[in-house]
Design a protein around this ligand. Structure first.
Ligand SMILES: Cc1cc2nc3c(=O)[nH]c(=O)nc-3n(C[C@H](O)[C@H](O)[C@H](O)COP(=O)(O)O)c2cc1C
Length: 404
């Protein structure tokens, strides 16, 4: 895939080219393999801890979920361990594992991560154990790809093309028998009974996530995948209790949240990633997101991860630095729930300002953390040059500039 193709497919996937957040006087410091994290006085806003239920993040920096397209049969492997380990060592507070299929048909590609069977648990444990041991909090994004399923991975010779059934692909499913892409079969329209089976699969996947050592669970209801496709009138043309009115279109989300919340312990935070606007006339709007976020707060959701787009190729997305932060800001203010800002957040001062100005409680970084797993350390140095960054002792002893 050339650069233009990446940008097109990335935009379609919500990538789009690139609490009063009062600064507490402390942040957490990673102290080597034992992961003793202790507060640092006078830390920048970005490095203040964030408490969600019984889980405290050492700072406000999260790794946004990013598909690695490197699994076989849904299994995690050394790549996933290294991908998470590097960023935990780099000082990230919350590490969200990529969109992880709650059923085999819920994967975007045959190489996506999965959690539809107990056999997946041990390999995922290797990821979570390393992250937890090095001061990070391991989280997982539970997902179903819906009508966008059964595609070749981006680094396949025919990226994003439909994988034919005879070559190991499968029938995509959605709220409505309507294709998103130009190729592939018309998706199967889920029956009400099949919708409830997916809800049950989300709950079973959440139970497995706990067994695998994840301490935060996020539900993927963004980017035109199954969850979002029920919310958006552009993708959902049903006439039954799961389509039509706002109340009916949000039913699958609310039922999924209830089912997952019911299996999570009280101390485990539940996040929902929304496409907060479709950026298309007649689509899902920011007003809709505010209203559903109010309802999600009442159902025990702790934070809305505010992304956008993915329901329509006609979307006009105003891409630029922090372009989705205003979505997080409005939901935070009007729905009374914590939010995460994501999308082209690359600069330490930019990220710090989002927290300091109360636009969001958390910043999620995607591509910038691919470029530099040690971005949190770099950010600390940029924001507080006179003070050494919190860094693992295995490295700190060798770097004079990190000594306190
Ligand atoms: C390689 C890659 C894979 C992605 N996979 C996912 C995913 O699994 N789930 C998701 O919600 N978003 C996914 N995204 C979107 C990112 O989480 C993020 O929202 C987006 O890249 C914007 O943030 P950024 O500008 O910091 O990269 C992916 C983005 C990239 C670049």
């Amino acid at each position: 895939m050339n650069r233009r193709q990446f940008c097109v497919s990335a935009a379609a996937a919500g990538v789009a080219a690139t609490a009063g957040a009062a600064a507490s006087e402390s942040a957490l410091q990673t102290d080597g393999a034992a992961a003793a994290s202790k507060p640092v006085d006078g830390a920048p806003n970005l490095f203040t801890p964030l408490k969600l239920r019984g889980v405290t993040l050492r700072n406000r920096i999260a790794m946004s979920p990013m598909c690695q397209y490197s699994s076989e049969d849904g299994f995690a492997n050394e790549w996933h361990v290294a991908h998470h380990a590097a960023r935990a060592m780099g000082g990230v507070g919350l590490l969200l594992a990529e969109a992880t299929g709650v059923t085999p048909q819920g994967r975007i590609t045959p190489n996506c991560l999965g959690i539809w069977k107990d056999e997946h648990i041990p390999a995922l444990r290797k990821v979570t154990e390393f992250v937890s041991a090095h001061g990070g909090v391991p989280g997982i994004q539970l997902a179903h790809a819906g009508v966008k399923a059964s595609r070749h991975r981006p680094f396949h010779p025919t990226p994003n093309a439909f994988v034919p059934l005879e070559e190991g692909g499968w029938m995509p499913v959605g709220p409505t028998a309507k294709r998103y892409g130009q190729d592939g079969p018309v998706p199967h329209e889920l029956t009400a009974e099949e919708i409830r089976a997916v809800t049950a699969a989300f709950a079973a996947a959440a139970t497995r996530s706990l067994a695998a050592g994840f301490r935060v669970v996020e539900l993927h209801f963004a980017h035109g995948y199954l969850g979002h496709s029920f919310l958006s009138p552009l993708m959902n043309e049903r006439k039954d209790e799961y389509g039509g009115s706002f109340d009916s279109r949000v039913r699958f989300l609310l039922e999924s949240v209830r089912a997952v919340r019911a299996v999570l312990p009280e101390e485990t935070p539940l996040l929902v990633r929304l496409s907060c606007t479709d950026w298309v006339e007649g689509g899902w709007t920011l007003d809709d997101s505010v209203e559903v976020s109010r309802r999600l707060a009442k159902e025990g959701v702790d934070l809305i991860d505010c992304s956008s787009g993915g329901a329509s190729r006609q979307a006009q997305i105003p891409v630029g630095p922090s372009y989705q932060a205003p979505l997080a800001e409005r939901i935070r203010r009007e729905a009374g729930i914590a939010t995460g800002a994501v999308g082209l957040i690359t600069d330490p001062a930019q990220a710090d300002a989002i927290i300091a100005e109360g636009k969001a409680d958390l910043v999620l970084l995607g591509r910038e953390l691919l470029r530099d797993p040690h971005w949190p350390h770099r950010a600390w140095t940029a924001l507080k040059p006179a003070s050494p960054p919190p860094i693992a002792r295995e490295y700190a002893w060798a770097l004079p500039e990190t000594r306190r």
